[in-house]
Design a protein around this ligand. Structure first.
Ligand code: F3S
Length: 425
């Protein structure tokens, strides 16, 4: 039996309305299935809202019906209610840019539908952020704070770097928590479950964001299920952009939700601290040869024409947008090639203010927000035979979405390909 507070009992009885009641009922069932003894208060949430294609199975235009079936998991149509008052809640990515639809091969009708869905939840307390990197937007759960998020790389960022507590719960459970402000106390919400189990001894290059992107991909491939990696050995201390890439690719090839980086993350000031003074279950060395194997899996061989280039997986920071803009200055994207640079709404605002958006536009590229090709789906890359990208997560998952040749490399190589229309191996 899950122990509930007086406030939680009242919510479960329906005193705060049916919307919250159903969300909490689901959370209690979830807690029972997990064997959690109590709930914890969630004060930060990101949710996967908007007109995502998977919602079309409901075959309805009634948002209350869609939300009830797909997120509240009930056949009863429950009117949308207020989200948790004490929880900062904002949207993760949506299936369309916040401002544009044409470059993505989407219709105005679909854009309007996405905006309608986002505005309906906004009215009930969910800010439109359109970000898979919410830590760049000021959404920052602090040490010991409980969060839910629908972005796997963000689970790692918040647990590992901020010392906040959260699990990869899934889209529906994150929505329930955002509504009722509670989540089962299990997994990473409990200190004893957060210690490292497997040490990764790093012997490969760790200079660039791409190095960390491929390192995360490689560590994830070697990580056993339910293990917590501890990054140790000879590596250059990563900054936030390198960590962003590392966590995104680590969460692509593994189910990791927590990771320690000795000397970088707060719960791993030393190797002993990360392991809670226990012996690791295994010590795995990552060499440059391992990285080469991962590169071969991520980037197809040969030189070929490309028509579709996507940068910013996860979404670019302002510094990355600036870097791309400066590299694009006085260059021109080849006719027939689509070069997309993805970020969130707040960073796009700063890029506008700093003139980076204008430089990107002048080069014939697009600074886009709130989504990415993977989330938008096949519509945005129909007919494309060659793609290039700088995110290992995108390069990995895109393979199941297209028969196009997929090239993976750093921002500069991708921009060069957009300008020439050809990937140079
Ligand atoms: Fe973000 Fe899309 Fe990559 S949601 S992490 S840009 S796959």
């Amino acid at each position: 039996m899950v122990k509930l507070t007086t406030y939680e009992k009242e919510m479960l009885e329906g005193k705060m309305g049916e919307f919250k009641q159903i969300a909490l009922q689901n959370i209690v069932k979830y807690a029972e299935a997990l064997g959690a003894e109590e709930l914890c208060e969630v004060t930060k949430a990101t949710v996967y809202f908007g007109a995502h294609p998977y919602l079309e199975v409901v075959e309805s235009e009634n948002f209350d019906e869609i939300f009830s079936k797909m997120l509240l998991c009930t056949d009863k149509v429950v009117p949308l209610g207020e989200f948790a008052e004490r929880c900062m809640c904002q949207t993760c990515v949506a299936p369309c840019d916040q401002y544009e639809w044409e470059p993505l091969n989407l219709t105005k009708e679909f854009y309007d539908k996405n905006q309608r869905f986002l505005n309906l939840t906004k009215e009930k307390g969910v800010n439109i952020a359109g970000s898979c990197t919410p830590y760049f937007t000021g959404w920052l759960p602090l040490y010991g704070e409980h969060f839910v998020t629908t972005e796997s790389s963000n689970v790692l960022m918040c647990n590992a770097i901020l010392g906040a507590c959260g699990n990869s719960d899934g889209l529906e459970a994150a929505a329930w928590s955002a509504i009722c402000g509670r989540t089962p106390k299990w997994g990473n919400h409990i200190k004893e479950n957060r210690y490292g189990t497997h040490v990764f001894n790093i012997e490969c290059a760790t200079e660039t964001a791409l190095d960390w992107d491929v390192l995360g991909y490689t560590v994830g491939k070697k990580l056993p299920p339910h293990a917590i990696p501890v990054i140790s050995g000879n590596f250059k201390k990563p900054d936030i952009v390198r960590l962003k890439q590392f966590f995104a690719s680590l969460a692509t090839t593994s189910g990791a939700e927590m990771c320690h980086i000795v000397g970088s993350t707060p719960e791993a000031q030393t190797l002993e601290m990360a392991l809670n003074n226990k012996e690791p279950k295994e010590i795995i060395t990552i060499t440059q040869e391992d990285i080469e194997i991962s590169m071969k899996a991520l980037c197809d061989e040969g030189d070929k024409d490309v028509q579709f280039i996507t940068l910013g997986c996860p979404h670019y920071s302002l510094e990355e947008v600036r870097e791309a803009a400066l590299y694009l200055k006085d260059k021109k994207v080849k006719d027939g090639v689509l070069l997309m640079i993805w970020t969130d709404i707040s960073i796009k605002g700063m890029a506008d203010a700093n003139g980076y958006t204008d430089i990107i536009k002048a080069a014939g590229a697009h600074l886009l927000t709130s989504a990415c090709p993977l989330v938008i789906g096949k519509k945005c890359h129909e007919g494309v035979t060659g793609m290039a990208m700088d995110g290992a997560k995108q390069a990995h998952y895109m393979r199941s979405e297209t028969n196009a040749t997929i090239y993976y490399g750093d921002m500069y190589k991708c921009i060069d390909a957009a300008v020439s229309g050809k990937w140079e191996a």
